[in-house]
Design a protein around this ligand. Structure first.
Ligand code: AMP
Length: 214
């Protein structure tokens, strides 16, 4: 079963690769970042709480994030696999995930770590634009839409995420190094970790598919 975690710093290309992999393998893409952004858009209590952390680059508290993922992983569409993107991000989240996954009989099989040099992360994040409506990613230099400021796919407005600025990115990268990077050792010790070079995003997808199997 393809029970997968995608890891890597902000801007490594987790979301981009996730979209390609779910199209190929027909498993749900579970992005905690997307779930929080959806809640923010809807103005729910979860959204209000999440926004107070996300907008300046901090992690949302573990209990909130774990509860959200537990509910999502229990849904029927995860029965044949799932692709977690951006979760877990802390050791307590990884420990909670072990318990949840065991309980529901859906244990993690692959942890894919996408490594990308810091200068490239900064370049990608600061130039990133996303469609307000469908979330499709663009970049002001290398992934331009056909019409300036408009999504090619759905015609939605392209905007910059509130946390995609240099100030918030510094906080996010710091959170990655201090809180998320220790997970690499955690999963390496369990024999689940495989690291890929994320500098060239179009090269990476065929490599991931070759690794996961047809
Ligand atoms: P992402 O879209 O994965 O870059 O996530 C955007 C933001 O959502 C992060 O910078 C965090 O503030 C929050 N977030 C997403 N996933 C998690 C998580 N697993 N734990 C805590 N905060 C998270």
């Amino acid at each position: 079963m393809l029970n997968i975690i995608l890891m890597g710093p902000p801007g490594a290309g987790k979301g981009t690769q996730a979209k390609k992999l779910i199209a190929k393998y027909n498993i749900p893409h579970i992005s905690t970042g997307d779930m929080f952004r959806e809640a923010i858009k809807e103005g729910t209590p979860l959204g209000k709480l999440a926004a107070s952390y996300i907008n300046d680059g901090h992690l949302v508290p573990d209990d909130v994030t774990i509860g959200l993922v537990k509910e999502r992983l229990s849904k029927d569409d995860c029965a044949n696999g799932y692709l977690l993107d951006g979760f877990p991000r802390t050791i307590p989240q990884a420990e909670a995930l072990e318990v949840i996954a065991k309980e529901i009989g859906r244990e993690v099989k692959y942890v894919i770590d996408i490594e990308t040099p810091k200068e490239e992360l900064v370049r990608r994040i600061c130039g990133r634009r996303v469609c307000k409506k469908c979330g499709a990613p663009y970049h002001i230099i290398n992934i331009k839409p056909k019409v300036d400021g408009i999504c090619d796919i759905c015609g939605g407005e392209l905007v910059q995420r509130p946390d995609d600025n240099e100030e918030a990115l510094t906080v996010r990268l710091d959170a990655y190094v201090k809180q998320t990077k220790p997970l690499l050792e955690f999963y390496k010790n369990k024999g689940l970790l495989t690291t890929f070079d994320g500098s060239n995003s179009s090269d990476l997808t065929p490599k991931l598919i070759a690794f996961l199997g047809e």
